[in-house]
Design a protein around this ligand. Structure first.
Ligand code: GTP
Length: 410
């Protein structure tokens, strides 16, 4: 809600384009109320304070009475006003004239939207401190899990994979915050959970002890809401950045499947483990037939659609414990444990049929394709290179034998 249509448009466009979230603009309080009454699934209100039909308090009430998260965007810098507004459970006050204010707002909206899928663990034996931190985190959109001591915190972490952030108080009976941080790190590495240590004690060594034990950051109590939000957001941003870098390094960009390098790293570990445990392991290499023709007659974009469709079929076919990857070009890989004899042939032939029946809707029309699959089931002396070479040799036999077939022996 904003009376300057130009500024409102700039924010709305930036959010819609960069975050793909729908934005509705109101320029008066009356319009905003009508919109709010029309749906009840609003996620966030961004509002100015100067409107033709309402004063500041009424503007804020309009959103807060409906329990809607609110960010104030104001043209006036006034420290007193800022303090008063922040006391009203407003998430943030952004000054329009600050350079980059639109970028900041887009970042803030993105952060708040993503927070809804992140759980934060609050560990503190003091109920009031726990409640305070939990309330702040909920205000920023996080799901919150509370633990009254270290043991309860470790239990929560073991059972809840959505926990990506832990706020840990130092002064707790039994296990103190630093020790809990060490034990937490044995369960979850730094790229999985961000830890922020908290303490009200004036202990010069504590910050270093927390950080050396694996904490990402430290906050001294009492902290302001703004400092808390900045620290928490920075740490969660970093975690997500590490996640996207890991994705870039391990995933194939076009299909989203693990890439060749990641697949080989996993296989390098898995093959000897399975052999030592006496379990069967099948390596399959799958290649789309005459893919060059698909590209040549339907266009490169249609070829990309086909690659994505095969990747999706492969993922859907894979069982728990199977590993799939795009090996490169139009070639895919599947490592499947515990298959032999007729069950093995059935498994790969049904994958072949699944792809044969795919209809890919591309800009040039509907296209179909087939695949050839070479399979090697592990024998006692096969190492990874052997498995791959044998699967590849059988793929060649499948191609030479007429394509659209599985070759698992010979
Ligand atoms: N669209 C698209 N094409 C790709 C991609 N990666 C590789 N290709 C193409 O895949 C084709 C592979 O062709 P070939 O290796 O000659 O084999 P083929 O036509 O599939 O024939 P056979 O394997 O003998 O059945 C080449 O034309 C590459 O340009 C990609 O990411 N997207």
């Amino acid at each position: 809600m904003e009376n300057s249509r130009a500024y409102a448009r700039a924010i709305a466009e930036a959010i819609e384009q960069q975050l793909e979230l729908p934005v509705v603009v109101a320029s008066t309080l009356a319009e905003a109320r009508e919109l709010l009454d029309r749906h009840d699934d609003w996620f966030l209100a961004l509002t100015g304070l100067v409107l033709a039909d309402g004063d500041r308090e009424t503007v804020i009430d309009c959103f807060q009475d409906r329990g809607l998260s609110t960010v104030v965007v104001t043209g006036v810098y006034d420290e007193d006003l800022r303090e008063r507004v922040l006391r009203r459970r407003v998430i943030d006050v952004v000054l329009k004239s600050t350079p980059g204010s639109v970028d900041y707002i887009v970042w803030l909206v993105k952060r708040l939207e993503r927070n809804r899928r992140i759980s934060a663990l609050v560990v503190d034996d003091s109920m009031s401190a726990r409640l305070h931190t939990a309330t702040l985190l909920k205000m920023f959109g996080y799901r919150v899990v509370e633990a009254i001591d270290g043991a309860a915190a470790l239990k929560a972490l073991e059972s809840d994979a959505t926990i990506r952030l832990a706020i840990i108080d130092q002064e707790m009976p039994g296990m103190q915050g630093v020790e809990l941080t060490q034990r937490l790190r044995a369960l979850r590495a730094r790229d999985r959970v961000a830890v922020i240590g908290v303490s009200g004690r004036d202990d010069a060594t504590l910050v270093a002890r927390f950080l050396k034990s694996g904490a990402n950051d430290f906050l001294r109590k009492p902290f302001s809401r703004e400092e808390f939000f900045c620290r928490v957001s920075q740490n969660v941003d970093q975690l997500e950045l590490i996640g996207s870098l890991q994705d870039l390094a391990t995933r194939d960009f076009l299909t989203g499947l693990p890439n060749r390098r990641h697949f080989l790293e996993q296989a390098e570990r898995l093959v000897p483990q399975m052999r030592a445990a006496g379990r069967r392991l099948a390596m399959a290499i799958l290649d789309i037939d005459h893919f060059k023709r698909i590209n040549d007659s339907w266009g490169h974009e249609a070829g990309d659609h086909a690659l994505r469709a095969v990747a999706a079929a492969l993922s859907a076919h894979a069982r728990d414990g199977d590993h799939v990857a795009r090996f490169g070009g139009e070639e895919f890989c599947l490592l499947a444990p515990d298959l032999e004899g007729a069950a093995l042939l059935d498994y790969f032939d049904s994958l072949r049929q699944r792809i044969e029946h795919l209809v890919v809707h591309s800009p040039g029309g509907e296209l179909r394709m087939t695949v050839s699959i070479g399979v090697r089931a592990v024998t006692a002396d096969d190492d990874l290179q052997c498995l791959l070479a044998e699967a590849d040799r059988r793929l060649y036999l499948a191609k030479a034998g007429g394509r659209n077939r599985v070759v698992a022996s010979g």
